[in-house]
Design a protein around this ligand. Sequence first.
Ligand SMILES: O=c1[nH]cnc2c1ncn2[C@H]1C[C@H](O)[C@@H](CO)O1
Ligand SMILES: [Zn+2]
Length: 359
Amino acid sequence: MHLSDILRAPKAVLHDHLDGGLRPGTIIELARDCGYQGLPTEDPAALAVWFRDAADSGSLERYLETFAHTCAVMQTREALERVAAECAEDLAADGVVYAEVRYAPEQHQERGLGLDEVVDAVNAGLREGERRSGGRITVRALLTGMRHTERSLEIAELTVAHRDRGVAGFDIAGGEVGNPPARHLAAFQHLRRHNCHFTIHAGEAVGAESIHEAVQVCGAERIGHGVRITDDIQVHDDGTATLGRLASYVRDNRIALEVCPTSNLQTGAAKSYDTHPVDLLRRLGFRVTLNTDNRLVSGTTMSEEFRHMVDAFGYGPAVFEEFTVAAVESAFLPLPERQRLIDEVIRPGYAGLGAQSGQ
Ligand SMILES: O=c1[nH]cnc2c1ncn2[C@H]1C[C@H](O)[C@@H](CO)O1
Ligand SMILES: [Zn+2]
């Protein structure tokens, strides 16, 4: 599959962090504006390399430390609006037609913004980015509660309050070790009581027990990463596999896995593209989606993730169409909107790329 076809292919991303995807030049300008002096360099190209290298540590905790620099410059209404607008523009330029972009509102209050002001600013920016992209992309926000803080119920309430106004659901993120999702049960119960969508980062730094808790105790509709579901899958020498009860449950209930290959390599959740479990999971019938996680921190784009999959597994347009349809089917959008995207944007887009060839 040619690079130009990868770029042209319609894409959907369910797992992309707003504070992990800033343009390097924007960080530098915003740091000057707000007097933040902590950046490791003021050269945009060097800053991009710095993030990718610093995050390439094999540890989720060290990966997460890099976000101190991005959050530091996202503390005013103007900065949030700008970052959100550029996020939508950059995704659209990469061929993304639907995106759910997540961030933790509580991390943007250092200069006095209220939680509602943070959400309103990001929403305004996302709408501006959609407009500048000529309506080629639809973007929704997911509000993230941080696993190590005590504010998840408050953020869940904020999610319910802003639903149908640009916010499509809730997530929890942050260091997984020592912070099991059930610590935030009150938040999940609030969301369920209000019929509100949520996903949970699980099975990234901790194994299948974390996914079990996210799905069976907390009620997650999707799993962020989830690649360590392989703990519950036995692959035999002849290539066949036996699924444990949890893996069967996740597959059979079509619980989407928000897989982020490059990020997994950086945090140690996977060893290489060639051995990444994404291909095994796809072949076993899991609902697999491909995602960026953090475009700046992981030095990636959706097209880059597609390209890595072409190189590792020889995927062609038909497989990318499958991933993209899977993502939209699992989007936190009303069913008619998902159907419209699939029928009017994704299917015709892939038909134009020769996806019918079966590759
Ligand atoms: O892959 C991840 N795992 C856990 N937490 C993450 C990941 N990527 C980003 N985060 C954190 C850092 C951000 O500040 C926060 C909200 O977007 O979510
Ligand atoms: Zn993530």
